[in-house]
Design a protein around this ligand. Structure first.
Ligand code: UDP
Ligand code: LCN
Length: 812
């Protein structure tokens, strides 16, 4: 969304003309380049050396605008600014460096300035491909306040109720059509054809209400079903007289005067979702021995826990609807014949602790045969189209019908979800645990440099298709969508960007689109429960954990040792990626004597021999850990344990650390969400987590844990030391913080809350797409075009293994 609050810039520049002319000539003297806020600030500091003068220049409009500037493009004699005033609100303008004239420019013009840095010819090409998804979004109302971002369902309900009010009683009514369409495998639900006008429906609802009022509240639906059928009603209203009457009253009230709250309550009761497909394709998707394998982390934990929670919620809803339908949830992933000792070569696997959910694995078929080995998520694109077709056939075979809801996970899963959902006409939700675009600086502008290794041309195109084709998007936090005051969100960074030579995205995704919703995950509470629940503890692990933490032996499982067992432990556990910053924490600890005196350090992650790793980043981190242990002489105060795959034992490990009155530390340079943070908090372990990303929203600093700045090691390690000193001085302090963490979890981060929200989304957006059919079709046609002319061509350029040994051929 563009704003015009840079309007004050011309006057402000005029007022400080002398200094500003000097600054702008400094900006431009090095020629074309991209400058970030910090670069602009440094140049200004160098140009206006006198502090008092500088303060004068920077106070007011210029200072305000500069501090909101995300980046500036220098193309002499112009400097073009991209200013972000609030989450989602962007403003572009250019300043002439010599005469300081200011002109507002469009996103497209700003992107052309950027292109001039790397590809002037493309920037001037009149026929350069521009993608403008906003142009085909002609009926969707958008939000206007940053504070409303991520509350999509609430606003859709508001828009929907005002649409309902416009409909007349006798003419065609899309809501009524929607209700008439409800069925399970061809059997009508809720109402039948005899109630084909609103007037008839209202009359029957009144008669049913009177009839039901006279029945015992707990009378089973079957016992009064014949009478309701006479009135035009089918199953799905409730399991007994009381609930059926409640639902009937809700609909009567909506037809009389719809409002978002009665409409929302009614939608949460509608029998619309029984069969769900979740596409989570890359990595090793399995239930055991997979965490830590390449591309395999929290997203697998998330999907499996999500499935369990959704099944439970579906079963409860179906029972209350008075139905006996068995729901089905399929997680569709890739079958990897060369499964490295995991179950990823099995076609079907029941999801543990569920009754109706399975993992369905479908292989990557190619003209050469079935691909045998794991393939990186960055190289996955050539296989997806065929995968979508093969998977759809298998899904029909297993489910016996098309799903009611399709959810995608990450770029690959989301693209396949988009292809399948549009083909089958099914409601689609997407999830992106982390979007890659924001992880690599200038990954869009410099895509040609990145492409041989990362294939961002495919990835960002697929992301644009999926975000725009989705009926709703599930985000874990607000920051994932729209960032914070100072930095843009992951989705927000897709609003306008350019990949010179490929396409210029002038309107990619709008964070004010009401498709965005926040539904934070939880941590499975039968596994991650407080250390104080003694009777539930998995005590069979205690002996092994004691050995893991305290034995003096160094072996393939652990190195280093803890000499003083009486000290509390600070604990961390993560994949050994650079961004997880485990080496950073080790260094902070090594450097902070006070902290070392107060506590021991235990790190779980990776393994110890760098030559065994396939991942370059991980190799570096392993080497760095060894160097730090040596440099700071950490043996005696630190234990490094290799990656752990048993979540039950891990949960007990968190609790055993809590028994030492210790804490969990998550020091990542950036964390999209951070499942370990909520696992630790669930176990009652006071938690210190990075303020960069999702954890900043999970933890209320000083109340439910603490936030630390990964870029300020000393400050962070002192904050941890202060906590332990306070715990020593005040015996109740540790329990207070532990309790604060638990309270936060129970209020906001449970899978029950999540499942309820997501199933409501399925129901509400399912109806919304029905009410906006024409808009949906128009956008779908535009997306098909981009898929056909752009994505397919790019995916074909990604190399696939050549030699026959990589494939299972039809003769085998
Ligand atoms: N995990 C694990 N063993 C390890 C490291 C991590 O079981 O050695 C688990 C951890 O408990 C959590 C998930 O892997 O459930 C990591 O999720 P998170 O969101 O913290 O990070 P991600 O790996 O997804 O970036
Ligand atoms: C991926 C990540 O990087 C984490 O931050 C999330 O917690 C995880 O997925 C689950 O959503």
């Amino acid at each position: 969304m563009a704003s015009t609050s840079s309007n004050g810039m011309p006057d402000a520049l005029r007022r400080s003309r002398f200094h500003m002319k000097k600054c702008f000539s400094r900006f431009t003297e090095k020629g074309r380049r991209l400058m970030k806020y910090r670069d602009l600030k440094e140049e200004i500091e160098r140009t206006v050396e006198d502090k008092h003068e500088r303060t004068k220049v920077l106070e007011g409009t210029i200072g305000d605008i500069l501090s909101s500037t995300q980046e500036a493009v220098v193309v002499p004699p112009y400097v073009a600014f991209a200013v972000r005033h609030h989450p989602g609100f962007w403003d572009y303008f250019k300043v002439h460096a010599e005469n300081l004239s200011v002109d507002g420019i469009t996103a497209s013009e700003y992107l052309k300035f950027k292109e001039m840095i790397v590809d002037e010819k493309w920037a001037h090409d009149e026929n350069a491909l521009e993608l403008d998804f906003g142009a085909v979004d002609y009926t969707t109302p958008h939000l206007t306040l940053s504070s409303s971002i991520g509350k999509g369902v609430d606003y859709i309900l508001k828009f929907m109720t005002s649409k309902f009010r416009e409909n007349n009683l006798e003419g065609s009514n899309p809501f009524l059509d929607y209700l008439l369409d409800l069925n399970h495998q061809g059997t009508n639900l809720m109402i039948n054809e005899s109630l084909n006008t609103v007037a008839k429906l209202q009359t029957s609802l009144k008669m049913a209400e009177v009839y039901l009022s006279a029945l015992p509240k707990d009378m089973n639906y079957q016992d009064f079903e014949p009478k309701l059928r006479e009135l035009g009603f089918e199953r799905g209203w409730g399991d007994n007289a009381e609930r059926t009457k409640e639902t009937i009253t809700m609909l009567s009230e909506i037809l009389q005067a719809p409002d978002p709250s009665n409409t929302g309550a009614f939608f949460s009761r509608l029998p619309v979702t029984f069969n769900i497909v979740i596409f989570s394709i890359h990595g090793y998707f399995g239930q055991a021995d997979v965490l830590g394998l390449p591309d395999t982390g929290g997203q697998v934990v998330y999907i499996l826990d999500q499935v369990r929670a959704m099944e439970e919620e579906l079963l409860s809803r179906i029972r209350l609807q008075g139905l006996t339908v068995k729901p089905k949830i399929l997680v569709v992933t890739r079958l990897i014949p060369d499964a490295q000792g995991t179950n990823c070569n099995l076609e079907m696997e029941p999801v543990t602790n569920t009754r109706h959910s399975h993992i369905l694995r479908v292989p990557f078929n190619t003209d050469k045969g079935i691909l045998r080995q794991w393939v990186s998520r960055f190289d996955i694109y050539p296989y997806l189209e065929r995968f979508a077709i093969d998977a759809t056939a298998k899904i029909f075979k297993v489910m016996g019908c098309k799903p009611d809801l399709i959810i995608g996970n990450y770029t690959d899963g989301n693209l396949v979800a988009s292809l399948t959902a549009s083909r089958l006409g099914v409601t689609q939700g997407t999830i992106a645990h982390a979007l890659e675009k924001t992880k690599y600086e200038s990954s869009d502008l410099k895509w040609k440099e990145f492409d041989p290794k990362y294939h961002f041309s495919c990835q960002f195109t697929a992301d644009m298709i999926a975000m725009n084709s989705a009926d709703f998007i599930i985000a874990s936090t607000y920051q994932e969508i729209a960032g914070s005051k100072n930095w843009p969100g992951q989705y927000e960074s897709h609003s306008a960007f350019t990949m010179p030579g490929l396409h210029r995205v002038v309107s990619g995704i709008n964070v004010f689109d009401p498709k965005f919703n926040i539904a934070a995950p939880g941590a499975e509470d039968s596994v991650y429960f407080p250390c104080t629940e003694k009777q539930k503890r998995f005590s069979s692990f205690h002996h092994a954990i004691e050995e893991l933490l305290y034995s003096r032996v160094e072996n393939d499982d652990h190195i280093g040792f803890l000499a003083d067992k009486r000290k509390p432990i600070i604990f961390t556990m993560a994949r050994l990626d650079r961004v997880k910053n485990i080496t950073g924490l080790t260094e902070w600890y090594g450097n902070n004597k006070r902290l070392r005196n107060l506590v021991n350090l235990v790190v779980v992650g990776g393994f110890f021999d760098p030559s065994k790793s396939q991942d370059r980043e991980e190799m570096e981190e392993i080497k760095k850990m060894h160097t730090l242990i040596q440099k700071y002489q950490l043996k005696g105060q630190m234990r490094w344990i290799k990656a752990q795959t048993d979540r039950y034992r891990n949960s007990e490990l968190y609790r055993c650390i809590a028994d030492t009155k210790g804490a969990f530390v998550q020091p990542a340079l950036y964390e999209a969400f951070g499942l370990t943070v909520i696992e630790a908090m669930n176990c009652g372990l006071p938690t210190f987590a990075t303020n960069q990303g999702g954890p900043a929203e999970i933890i209320v600093d000083g109340v439910s844990g603490y936030l630390i700045d990964p870029r300020r090691g000393d400050e962070s390690s002192n904050k941890i030391a202060d906590f332990f000193e306070k715990c020593k001085a005040d015996k109740g302090y540790w329990a207070k913080v532990s309790q604060g963490g638990l309270q936060r979890i129970y209020e906001c981060y449970t899978w029950k809350i999540y499942a309820n929200k997501v199933l409501n989304m399925g129901s509400v957006y399912g109806c919304w797409r029905h009410l906006n059919k024409d808009q949906k079709i128009a956008k779908q046609r535009y997306l098909e075009l981009i898929y056909n002319v752009q994505f397919r061509k790019l995916a074909k350029n990604v190399a696939v293994p050549d030699e026959e040994k990589y494939y299972i051929t039809s003769t085998e």
